[in-house]
Ligand binder design. Sequence first.
Ligand code: GA4
Length: 342
Amino acid sequence: MVAISKPPLEQLFVKPCKPNNNNSPSFPTIPLIDLSKSESKQLLVKACQDFGFFKVVNHGVPMKLISKLESEAVKFFSSPLSVKQKAGPPNPFGYGNKLLGQNGDFGWVEYLLLNAKLDSDNKNPTLSFFEEHPEKFQSLVNDYVTAVKKMACDILELLADELKLQQRNVFSKLLMDEESDSVFRLNYYPPCPELQEHEPKGRKLIGFGEHTDPQIISVLRSNNTSGLEISLRDGSWMSVPPDSNSFFINVGDSLQVMTNGRFKSVKHRVVANSVKSRMSMIYFGGPPLSEKIAPLPSLMEREEASLYKEFTWFEYKKSAFNSRLSDNRLGRFEKKNLVVLS
Ligand code: GA4
């Protein structure tokens, strides 16, 4: 058994990186997409190519459902540790505190990882800690997952349309499949008062370390506390202004592969706040374990070389879960194409 000690706060500070100038007129802004508008398709494709990240409004997910689930989640994270631990250690589903994954990554975060499969027979930890209404929480999660999955599928179909793919459900069918390997995550970032001493010097404490998501698409909703940052092409980090009425969408590694690198799986992280807590709820839409992931032949131009070796989602997931958060997980699946210069 590997004994993992608690991380001293010092280890959770992020390495300083080059500052970016958020006030400069050339500084990019997060693409904002109104899903009720007909021009959303083009904007979606552009956002996936330029950033692998965007914000959506008019998403159709009822605000009442979002706030009900959020308040149940707040109740859960405010419970005594002994109550939260009833959900079991994340293996892979369960309650976790500071330790992320199995390979020694830490962050200033508590979380609950759940199977997003909606049948009653799934492998979720017992949700008995919701003493009064245990089934209420499960049914809220189910309703919420159903709604965000529908939105994710609508977005994936608009993308397939705009890419002129014959089958507009080529991506969405992977999430709709009964065997879809999707995950639902609640992240609670408690305030860290000690951080106040470090903030004037510009030091940031890591909540969730930098990483890309291995799945196809991720749908994130948070309360109004800042913390999420995305990595820009020049290597700088851009802080994403929070917006509790909208959803933020990430392209995952698998969608990057299926589009042969046209869409970018965005590197992102969360930094802790010294005064306010941050709560986020994320649906990670993944394919069935047996699904073969490779660039779509119908998307490839004549003579275009595939940038990736084919793999099953099972193979990729296994390799991802053996990696550290910041590893370049796609690296070992990249093809080393030789360019012959004549
Ligand atoms: C990142 C996206 C999802 O949160 C997650 C994470 C998973 C975990 O927390 O167990 C991983 C991480 C995520 C990628 C690398 C591995 C696995 C932690 C980690 C160090 C649930 C997922 O699918 O991959």
